[in-house]
Design a protein around this ligand. Structure first.
Ligand code: SF4
Length: 344
């Protein structure tokens, strides 16, 4: 699977000598920093020119794929973020995709979850093993996500196992806190489990447009239920514009939600999304992400081949080492490009 790009360019028969350069410059003028441009051509000989052009213009070649229709190069408009290794250490956060099916089918879901998506369950046995080995590897936080984790009959045991390893946050749409799931919630250690509920807007309009009629009200009821059960609740919004983000921030202020209990991010151009922020591996500090299918670079691309690091989960230490090695390789690559660019 290939990265989604903001702009697709079919180079046709153009080369740098026959018009591709002007075409690329015109395309760049339409881009914002960080956008991804995909250039497809059946003339593989433009590769060297493209790479040189990227070096001299300060853009970054982030991906090359040979496909049936030709070679597809993905170029980021601008350099990789300079502070890629700043912040939390690689491996301190561990993401577990407990399952991929969901009671909703949001139009921007980055892992294409829906009621008909195959479950692809990580499973309690693997979760227990991962959570018990994780602390020794430097994990200080575990995040359980999906799909909708509360579709699982044993979600209480899954979360308890994780919480025994490290403080755990479960990401949910907040709509399934009744009956058996409510009973499961009540068994959890409240000081080790945080519930992060998706709420995209202060009122139903935008939230329901992406997630389905009536979902805002049910999510808000979930927030109130989780709070009433004594959990720390974090609200997470996925937004399209800075104005949407600002409006949600004002809502959170009015609700007196603490900074550490807010997550606001833009839609990622992955999965079902047709618009949003295009993200390549080199744009993101890795956060080890484990699914039933293997180990991935980051939760935002947890079923995309370009984010896959290893099909083998165990030994867990090897998986973490593989992610760190891949990150070192990525940094080395950007340093090399920077050096070449500076010398030029
Ligand atoms: S975004 Fe979340 S709630 Fe929506 S379909 Fe995906 S997993 Fe389900």
């Amino acid at each position: 699977m290939r990265s989604k790009a903001n702009i697709e360019v079919d180079a046709g028969r153009r080369t740098f000598a026959t018009g591709l350069l002007a075409y690329l410059i015109a395309t760049l003028r339409r881009c914002r920093p960080g956008d991804l441009i995909a250039v497809t051509s059946d003339d593989a000989s433009i590769a060297a020119d493209l790479e040189t052009w990227c070096r001299f213009t300060g853009n970054t070649l982030v991906e090359t794929n040979v496909e049936e229709s030709g070679t597809r190069w993905v170029i980021r408009c601008g350099a990789a973020p300079a502070n890629l290794d700043a912040g939390r250490p690689v491996g301190s956060r561990l993401w577990l995709y407990s399952n991929f099916d969901c009671n909703l089918c949001c139009d921007y879901c980055c892992v294409r979850s829906s009621p008909s998506a195959p479950r692809r369950e990580l499973g309690l046995a693997r979760v227990k093993r991962i959570a018990s080995e994780a602390p020794e590897l430097g994990v200080t936080e575990i995040f359980v996500t999906g799909g909708e984790p509360f579709l699982l009959a044993d979600i209480g045991e899954v979360l308890s196992a994780c919480a025994a390893g490290a403080p755990t946050t479960v990401l949910t749409n907040g709509m399934l806190f009744g009956g058996r799931q409510l009973a499961a919630l009540r068994t959890l250690p409240h000081d080790r489990v945080t519930i992060q509920i998706s709420l995209d807007s202060p009122t139903p309009n935008r939230h329901d447009r992406h997630r389905g009629e009536g979902t805002w009200a049910r999510a808000w009821a979930g927030v109130e239920r989780a709070r009433a059960e004594g959990f720390r609740v974090r609200l997470a919004a996925t937004v399209s514009t800075d104005a949407d983000a600002e409006e949600f921030r004002e809502f959170l202020d009015a609700q007196r939600i603490a900074e550490e209990d807010r997550v606001i991010r833009h839609i990622a151009l992955r999965g079902f999304a047709t618009q949003g922020v295009a993200l390549a591996r080199s744009d993101l500090v890795p956060e080890v992400t484990i699914t039933a299918e293997g180990v991935y670079w980051h939760p935002v691309g947890a079923e995309d081949a370009d984010f896959l690091v290893s099909r083998e989960i165990f030994p867990l230490a090897d998986s973490f080492a593989a992610v760190r090695r891949a990150f070192d390789h990525e940094r080395e690559h950007s340093r090399r490009l920077a050096t070449i660019f500076n010398c030029a």
